[in-house]
Ligand binder design. Structure first.
Ligand SMILES: [Zn+2]
Length: 239
């Protein structure tokens, strides 16, 4: 086989190996993003529960203040009732008293109801916090293992880059730029084998004439349909 072609096949293999790490890295990032989203979602649930507890506490305070005011009102009604002379005045005071008592009992009921709601919310808050703790713990482990994998990949990649550097230094620059041009649009299928006389990049069959050129492999041959560099993968298998 043509020496340049051999070198090109090896270079394209290295380029492919370097790029093959990308989906792995993307999968790692995706996993981390997903677990961070879970954490964010539980955190936002916690915030919602906390806000609602705070709102209820504020409501309870308002009812408590109302009770204080209403109790004072009741005291003054009792005072006034001592000086009342007519039945009409008595009735008016007694009505006022009933209304105040009703308001107090409503306020007490609301305080009790909101208190119970807050107890339940506090319990669910505890559950959420436990969930959050567990998620953060597992996120830490994921980050650690992701970092370990990433640095392993980086190491392998830099070894491959070094090998690549070494290779292209001794490369015929014309052939290298020809390869890079094809790689710009074909990516990692810039150099492809022929299988059953068909280009493994565009999957179209090539003519007998082109095929025999590839077999001779005196020079670099491109697929007449798509322009990728083609070669015979295993000469014995093809012939
Ligand atoms: Zn092709």
């Amino acid at each position: 086989m043509n020496k340049n072609l051999k070198e090109l096949i090896a270079l394209s293999q290295i380029d492919k190996e370097i790029d093959d790490f990308n989906p792995l890295l993307e999968a790692i990032e995706k996993k981390l993003k997903k677990s961070q989203e879970k954490i964010d979602s539980v955190q936002s649930d916690i915030n919602a529960v906390k806000n609602s507890i705070d709102e209820n506490v504020t409501k309870i305070k308002i009812y408590e203040e109302q009770i204080v005011t209403l109790s004072e009102q009741l005291k003054s009604i009792t005072k006034k009732s001592k000086d009342v002379s007519t039945e009409k005045e008595m009735k008016a005071l007694s009505l006022e008293e009933d209304i105040a008592k009703e308001k107090i009992s409503f306020a007490n009921e609301e305080i009790e109801r909101l208190g119970k709601i807050n107890e339940k919310k506090a319990a669910s808050l505890e559950d959420f916090n436990k969930d959050l703790e567990a998620l953060i713990e597992s996120q830490k482990e994921s980050v650690d293992s992701a970092n370990a994998t990433k640095s392993e990949i980086e190491e392998k990649k830099s070894t491959l880059f070094a090998t690549r550097e070494e290779k292209i230094n001794s490369f015929d620059q014309k052939i290298l730029s020809f390869y890079e041009k094809i790689r710009n649009w074909a990516g990692n299928t810039a150099v492809v084998p022929l299988k059953k006389q068909a280009c493994h990049g565009c999957f179209m069959k090539i003519s007998d004439k082109s095929y025999s050129d590839v077999i001779k492999s005196e020079e670099i041959v491109t697929c007449p349909h798509c322009g990728r560099i083609v070669y015979i993968e295993s000469e014995s298998a093809e012939s």
